[in-house]
Write a protein that binds this ligand. Structure first.
Ligand SMILES: [Zn+2]
Length: 65
């Protein structure tokens, strides 16, 4: 029987991923939660979507603007 994945397991996995290193710069990736504007396909309107992204100096300017 498949092991049921709880929300706590998912969160633990995201946190564990924070120890990963960027293959480009070798910096430890930090996991951050951001709100990003995204176009809803059904309405074409902008809506705010919560996203979890891994950030290092390679993409921090894109993520934080
Ligand atoms: Zn990097």
């Amino acid at each position: 029987m498949a092991k049921r994945q709880t929300f706590a397991d998912k969160v633990a996995k995201i946190k564990g991923g924070g120890a990963a290193q960027c293959p480009k710069c070798g910096e430890v990736l930090s996991v951050v939660k951001i709100w990003q504007a995204e176009e809803a396909p059904s309405t074409g309107r902008q809506r705010m979507v919560e996203k979890i992204v891994k950030v290092c100096k390679c993409n921090s300017s894109e993520v934080f603007g």
